[in-house]
Design a protein around this ligand. Structure first.
Ligand SMILES: C[S@@+](CC[C@H](N)C(=O)[O-])C[C@H]1O[C@@H](n2cnc3c(N)ncnc32)[C@H](O)[C@@H]1O
Length: 199
């Protein structure tokens, strides 16, 4: 988990980037190690994988390290206003030696849909947690995820008080994604729900 110091500095992206460059601070994430461990089980055999919302790249680097030979993780994040966290993510990927397995697309999921592979094996959705944001990501999942493919949604099950921030994502998941009969919920780990697209 992130310390209060990390939380404060993360609101100052330029300072965070400098400290990271100097190896004085580690990149942070909102995913729990248990969630990352579960996601890594599902990505193992995947050739085309997508993370929507990459931030500093902590989860992406761990996921990419599990890909088989020739596998690629497409990291989709708009990184608005020359967001220094894109540079943190790129540096983190280089330090973790996963750069060759990752392609960053500085875009929203909707903008990236036309350049992503037409058949995706794995999605990890962790971007804009508003109802509209998740709805847009869901449309891209429906368009590109292949049969038997896996779609995981972070912050779609309540775990903590702070989940008030994800209230819209949780509602959209419960009302639209979970009941969709083209998918089967296979696992829930903390706030992350994992579904398989039925053949
Ligand atoms: C919670 S963070 C992602 C954390 C990351 N998945 C991890 O595990 O460390 C959310 C990220 O989503 C990005 N984002 C916001 N709107 C987005 C959108 N429409 N499409 C893709 N990413 C988006 C933000 O720029 C931010 O970096």
């Amino acid at each position: 988990m992130n310390s209060p110091f990390h939380d404060q500095i993360s609101r100052r992206p330029r300072i965070f980037n400098v400290l990271h460059k100097l190896r004085l601070i580690a990149p942070q994430t909102q995913t729990h190690p248990a969630e990352r461990a579960v996601l890594k089980r599902y990505i193992k055999e995947c050739v085309a994988a997508v993370e929507v919302g990459t931030y500093m790249g902590v989860t992406a680097a761990e996921l990419a390290s599990e890909l088989p030979q020739g596998g690629m993780l497409y990291c989709v994040d708009p990184y608005l206003n020359d967001d220094p966290y894109q540079r943190v993510a790129q540096r983190h990927f280089a330090r973790q030696k996963v750069t060759s397995r990752i392609q960053i697309l500085a875009a929203t999921s909707t903008q990236a849909a036309s350049v992503l592979p037409a058949e995706v094996d794995f999605f990890f959705v962790d971007g804009d947690h508003s109802r509209k944001g998740l709805e847009a990501d869901w449309r891209v999942v429906l368009q590109l995820l292949k049969k038997n493919g896996v779609a995981a949604f972070h912050d779609t099950s309540p775990v903590h008080e702070k989940d008030r921030n994800s209230i819209e994502a949780i509602a959209f998941f419960d009302e639209v994604i979970k009941p969709d009969r083209r998918f089967k919920l296979v696992e829930t780990c903390m706030s992350t729900n994992i579904l398989v697209r039925l053949a």
